[in-house]
Design a protein around this ligand. Structure first.
Ligand SMILES: [Zn+2]
Length: 249
């Protein structure tokens, strides 16, 4: 085992309560593109921000067209070795929560209980009414959208139905933010995985950990802005590194 991976393994063994923080890098190994990366969809297409979604029927239709364009990728994606290692840490009782910037639901698919996944940017695998919260399935909306060409409205209250993600210009979910802060301050090892740690307020959590003297590990292929504050930095592939450190395939 390489010395830095052995060090990660040792830190995991010594920790009493771990918080896992994940970004796009853990899911690119499952074939989900990093929308913010060079050549990613958000550098080619201007994102539709929340106020546009709320004020324009055409923006709502365009938003749904884009969602359905990525539907095959989302449905085919399966958890990879990195997700499985995270699930193992949760199931062993080592880790108490996963804070994620990802919207793909792959932590839940890998066996992490849904109530232990804190989704800072929401979830694109289902939709909900922005007014009453009623949940809708993407597949049902797709069938109706293909038939009518109209963006969906809530069958109960008439409100706009949107994927359960947080758009640009939409406020961060307060409950998730509070829980993420509590989990961060309550851990003794914070492992940030696959995030460039540039998107705030999400990147504020590893920063909060470092400022409070909590041990910080950063695992990311490229350098991040918080590398100088981390106790251990691994610029490596995620799945194989975590799999080795945690001891699962
Ligand atoms: Zn509604």
């Amino acid at each position: 085992m390489e010395p830095d991976i052995a060090e990660l393994k040792r830190m995991i063994e010594e920790a009493a309560r771990i918080v896992i923080f994940t970004g796009a890098g853990i899911s690119t190994e499952s074939g989900i593109p990093d929308f913010r990366s060079p050549g990613g969809i958000w550098t080619r297409m201007r994102p539709i921000d929340f106020s546009e979604f709320m004020s324009s029927e055409e923006a709502r239709r365009e938003s749904w067209r884009r969602r359905f364009a990525t539907d095959g990728t989302m449905r085919e994606a399966e958890p990879n070795r990195g997700h499985r290692a995270v699930a193992t840490l949760m199931n062993r009782g080592k880790a108490g929560a996963v804070i994620t910037q990802n919207i793909d639901g792959l932590h839940q698919a890998s066996g992490v209980p849904a109530d232990r996944v804190i989704e800072l940017h929401g979830n694109t695998t289902y939709a909900h009414c922005l007014d009453c919260g009623q949940r809708y399935e993407i597949e049902d909306i797709r069938i109706e959208f293909e038939r009518t060409g109209d963006a969906p409205n809530c069958q109960l209250c008439g409100g706009y139905v949107k994927t359960a993600t947080i758009s640009f210009g939409q406020s961060m979910p307060p409950a998730a933010m509070i829980r993420a802060e509590q989990e961060t301050l309550g851990c003794d090892l914070f492992i940030a995985i696959g995030s460039s740690l540039v998107v705030y307020p999400a990147a504020g959590f590893p920063e909060l950990a470092a400022r409070n003297g909590i041990r910080l590990v950063i695992l990311n292929r490229e350098p991040t802005g918080l590398d100088p504050y981390a106790d251990l930095v691994l610029h490596r592939e995620i799945g194989v590194t975590l799999g080795e450190a945690v001891g699962n395939n």
